[in-house]
Unconditional design. Structure first.
Length: 217
């Protein structure tokens, strides 16, 4: 159920296209519906259509998804029977927010059944959360010294996402994110306007070891 605005906005169309491609090219039995930001129609989808499927993936802007889940429960829609999974984009959010939605929507596995996409109108989906990136972020939030080691200049909780270097390359220049990618208009060290950095997997493991953690275990 794609709950991004459709039309001139990139999020709804690119998400629809991704699922349509997954269904066509990989043979996944997927049904996609695009009610956009029409709450009444989305709630109809959850109550009348979703129970006929083995799982339901709800996709949209994080605060809007929260509103939908709250209103679905107010309308006595049994989300626990829908095997819910959630995909977000356009904004970072706290782990308390993730836990809240996980509890309300009866999410089975907070690491594998929720995912926030880091994207832009310039290139579309650029990076995304994975189970390990969510785990790392949640561990860091419990250890202030290690959090400061990872995010020395961050006052608000950042998105921590992984990317595929076959499609896009990220670099950090003076604390700002720049990217290079082949698009309709190739982008080379393009300043996206976001603050942040880039870490390697080996670098993350070394930081965890330094603070007494075995990230693999």
């Amino acid at each position: 159920i794609i709950c991004f605005g459709m039309g001139v906005w990139i999020g709804g169309l690119i998400t629809y296209q991704a699922f349509e491609m997954a269904s066509r090219e990989n043979g996944h039995p997927i049904s996609v519906i695009t009610p956009g930001t029409n709450k009444e129609e989305i709630l109809n989808c959850l109550s009348k259509l979703a129970p006929n499927f083995s799982q339901t993936i709800l996709i949209g802007y994080p605060p809007f998804i929260k509103d939908l889940i709250d209103e679905a429960l107010d309308k006595k829609i049994n989300l626990g029977k829908l095997n819910m999974r959630l995909i977000f984009a356009a904004e970072s959010f706290s782990e308390k927010f993730r836990d809240y939605l996980g509890k309300k929507a009866k999410i089975n596995n907070i690491y594998r059944d929720t995912l926030n996409v880091y994207g832009s109108a310039d290139i579309g989906a650029m990076a995304w959360e994975t189970g390990i990136s969510i785990l790392i972020k949640r561990i860091l939030l419990k250890d202030k010294r290690m959090y400061a080691d990872f995010f020395p200049s961050g006052s608000r909780v950042p998105t921590l996402a992984q990317y595929n270097p076959h499609f896009i390359i990220f670099e950090s220049v003076n604390g700002s994110v720049v990217l290079s990618a082949e698009n309709a208009l190739p982008l080379v060290r393009y300043a996206i306007g976001d603050q942040g950095g880039v870490m390697s997997w080996s670098g993350i493991k070394k930081k965890f070891t330094k603070h007494g953690y075995d990230i693999k275990s």
